[in-house]
Design a protein around this ligand. Structure first.
Ligand SMILES: [Zn+2]
Length: 58
């Protein structure tokens, strides 16, 4: 209520080790894995957006 949280839940894959994380996409386009502010377990902070979790039907 009143909070402007424009974040969107998505699935994102590390561009280095291919690990997939549930992530948030920020309005500025950055993708950050939920619970992993520092980035991937491999140290990478580069993620590729896979699909929106909100859109998974079937
Ligand atoms: Zn990685």
């Amino acid at each position: 209520m009143g909070n402007q949280t424009e974040k969107e839940r998505i699935l994102a894959q590390c561009s280095e080790c291919k690990t997939v994380y549930t992530s948030k996409r920020y309005p500025d386009g950055s993708v950050v894995p939920i619970g992993r502010k520092m980035g991937c377990q491999c140290g990478s902070t580069s993620f590729i957006e896979l699909e929106s979790e909100l859109d998974m039907s079937a």
